[in-house]
Design a protein around this ligand. Structure first.
Ligand code: 13P
Ligand code: SF4
Length: 301
């Protein structure tokens, strides 16, 4: 049954000249039909180098698909599961951000890609969890408004001491659930393991970690480490990717699930290809402005 569905998807992909981009948190079933697997930054970059494809099927959440439309408006971008939306992206509103910018006239606004196109359109530059520190360091401004993730903003503040970071008060409901006590218990129960943490986790969790990484950076950290066991503080789906990349190492996690990331399924990908659903669009005036912030991030070496 599953193999039939995969065959059907592969055939439809060819017919429709489609490429399937898949975020690391997706289910292993979805990995099987991926043309490219990655974190937010890698997926955004991939949107620029898929010349042969006419359409992109995005197995992730809404802001990732929106970014794909903004970065490469020539492609048709589809989100198989319409309700796959990242709640953090809606935690900052345009009026509130404009007001904050007015209060800090000499500041720059750095916008985590987990945000709406409207917010990107009024930001100076975007960042992902993989490059947030580097992006902030690259700016001339000393005062930085950071939206919408306060935990990533606080992490950047701890790494960039010569700038003042003004974090917005948004958060990821999945990473916010990790507790400092879970890290302490993990260390007690697995003294031979290293702790890997996503920077969306609260500061008291992050401060106890051995590695602070974006999802794909976790793979490099695990490969380069001499340790054989890792406790991973991020969405549970990441364990599949880590296990795939490092089959001889062991990965554990205090299981937390992002329900929105799990909305995708092979059936929905098949339907997306077959019925051309659900096309993601961004109004042109907003897309043009949002592209400046995204392109500036992609150009930042
Ligand atoms: P990455 O860019 O590290 O994959 O993170 C995306 C995300 O949504 C984390 O919750
Ligand atoms: Fe959004 Fe958190 Fe899910 Fe990532 S894990 S998509 S930040 S809700």
């Amino acid at each position: 049954m599953k193999q039939d569905l995969i065959k059907e998807i592969q055939k439809l992909k060819k017919e429709k000249k489609a490429i399937v981009l898949v975020h690391n948190y997706q289910e292993p079933d979805i990995y099987e039909i991926a043309d490219f697997l990655g974190d937010s930054l890698e997926l955004a970059r991939k949107c620029l180098s898929c010349e042969d494809a006419e359409r992109i099927i995005f197995c992730g959440v809404d802001f990732m698909a929106e970014s794909a439309v903004i970065i490469n408006p020539e492609k048709k971008v589809y989100l198989p599961a319409l309700e796959a939306n990242c709640p953090m992206a809606d935690m900052v509103d345009v009026e509130g951000l404009l007001e904050l910018q007015k209060k800090h006239p000499g500041s720059a606004t750095v916008c985590y890609v987990n945000s709406t196109a409207k917010i990107k359109a009024i930001s100076d530059i975007c960042c992902t969890s993989a490059n947030a520190v580097r992006i902030v360091k690259s700016l001339d401004e000393k005062e930085i408004i950071f939206v919408p993730d306060r935990n990533l903003g606080l992490y950047v503040a701890s790494e960039v001491k010569d700038k003042t970071i003004i974090p917005w008060d948004g958060y990821c409901y999945v990473h916010q659930k990790f507790k400092k006590e879970e890290v302490i218990k993990s260390r007690e129960n697995h003294p031979d393991a290293e702790i890997i943490v996503h920077p969306e986790c609260p500061p008291e969790v992050r401060e106890l970690a051995d590695h602070i990484c974006s999802t794909s950076q976790m793979i490099t950290a695990a490969k380069e480490s001499l340790a054989e066991k890792f406790i991973v503080f991020t969405e549970i789906g990441m364990l599949h990717r880590l296990q795939l990349e490092c089959p001889d190492k062991k990965f554990l996690s205090p299981a937390k699930i992002c329900l929105q990331m799990k909305k995708n399924s092979l059936e929905l990908v098949r339907d997306s290809l077959l019925k051309d659903q659900h096309l993601v669009t961004v109004p042109e005036d907003i897309a043009v402005k949002a592209k400046r912030a995204l392109q500036r991030m992609l150009d930042c070496k």
